[in-house]
Design a protein around this ligand. Structure first.
Ligand code: OSB
Ligand code: MG
Length: 369
């Protein structure tokens, strides 16, 4: 692979409904599609996952742009590569900035798989023909709207619902939801809204048969999560705390969690994600694929990754119509009996819908050639 040109398309897509957590609320998704072109004219695509504000990790849309243009793109442009596995090593001279790295590395993986004539899922060693999916529901304006939203998505076929919680919107809310939906698989995500002194309240959540509680405590914590896990029956899943293979090793060694939320963007790319996956597999720790309100390209990458065997729980890799009226890919990602079927076309298996993309585009820059 020899990358000759990189094109950054900055898009702004309106979400169907605002997405709200305890820390942030978004009406739009502002991000980059990264298009890489190799010497033979093959094109690969990646998508940045950061938000305009650094609420989730330290990265933002603007830091992604800066780090890509000033540091990451020059490390791969006109540089021969035998395999996309080598990209992560080239990026080691840049600390963190995992979302910027993941988007560019992902585009190069797409080119690689297309040149081999195989689906990205196959290039990664994935075997599943379809992956199970759930849906993540942001904090709703009222309980009625929450019930309606859950019922709507359960009706669509999603295999579990993830509900955002925060102090004061937890025990009573989940009790009511459990009464209304006694058999639906439910999990809760706190996005780091609690501290260890909330232990009595968090222990009450054990009553609701939750599949897991995601990131209840500090975004960078392992020790308090280990203490909490030792006191809770409900499995803890870490999201924000996990940026590297080393973080996963720390978490599993200390007992900070028993499930891992994998996001390619947060761990800096597919190569690191595979390393984490393999480690979790050998330690019998379930992994599932999280989401970042992605448009179609990011979604396609996550779905391909989720075909690996240790992805044993439904992902937040919902269909194209979950967040957007019109996605930027063709065909759209669709739900069939609670699953997304893996496309058998080469690479990510979805084409850019250029008319849709250009309609959302607010900026374009071309680097190289
Ligand atoms: O905490 O998993 C999270 C969205 C953006 C950032 C962080 C999170 C989320 C979600 C929604 O929960 C995931 C999705 O549906 O894409
Ligand atoms: Mg989360």
């Amino acid at each position: 692979i020899l990358i000759k040109q990189v094109i950054l398309h900055r898009l702004n897509m309106e979400l169907k409904q605002p997405f709200t957590t305890n820390l942030a609320s978004f009406r739009n998704k502002d991000f980059f599609i990264i298009e890489v072109v190799d010497e033979s004219g093959e094109r690969g695509f990646g998508e940045t996952a950061s938000f305009p504000t650094p609420w989730y990790t330290e990265e933002t849309v603007e830091t992604n742009k800066h780090v890509l243009e000033a540091f990451l793109i020059p490390l791969v442009l006109d540089v021969p590569l035998d395999h996309p596995d080598q990209v992560a090593a080239k990026f080691e001279v840049v600390r963190r900035n995992n979302m910027a790295k993941a988007a560019l590395e992902g585009a190069i993986w797409d080119v690689f798989a297309k040149k081999q004539g195989i689906p990205l899922a196959t290039a990664l060693g994935g075997t599943k023909k379809a992956v199970d999916v759930g849906v993540s529901i942001g904090i709703q304006p009222s309980m009625n709207e929450l019930f309606d939203t859950i019922a709507y998505h359960v009706e669509e076929g999603y295999k579990r619902v993830k509900l955002k919680i925060k102090p004061g919107f937890d025990v009573e809310m989940l009790a009511a939801v459990r009464r209304a939906f006694p058999t639906v698989p439910i999990m809760a995500d706190a996005n780091s809204a609690y501290r260890l002194h909330d232990l009595p309240r968090l222990k009450e959540l054990d009553a609701f048969n939750l599949q897991m509680i995601e990131q209840p405590l500090g975004h960078d914590d392992f020790i308090d999560h280990a203490t909490l896990q030792s006191q809770l029956d409900t499995p803890i899943c870490l999201d924000e705390s996990i940026h590297t293979f080393s973080d996963v090793r720390t978490a599993l060694t200390l007992g900070s969690c028993s499930i891992i939320n994998m996001k390619v963007a947060r761990v800096g790319g597919i190569t690191e994600a595979k390393k984490i996956h393999d480690y979790c597999k050998s330690n019998d720790v379930p992994v599932w694929c999280g989401g970042m309100l992605e448009a179609g390209i990011g979604r396609a990458h996550s779905i391909a990754l989720a075909t690996l065997p240790q992805f044993r729980l439904p992902g937040d890799t919902s269909a194209s119509n979950r967040y957007f009226d019109k996605d930027i890919i063709e065909p759209k990602v669709t739900l069939e009996n609670g699953q997304v079927v893996i496309p058998d076309r080469p690479g990510i298996g979805y084409e850019i819908d250029w008319r849709a993309l250009e309609n959302y585009r607010i900026e374009k820059s071309v680097i190289g050639k």
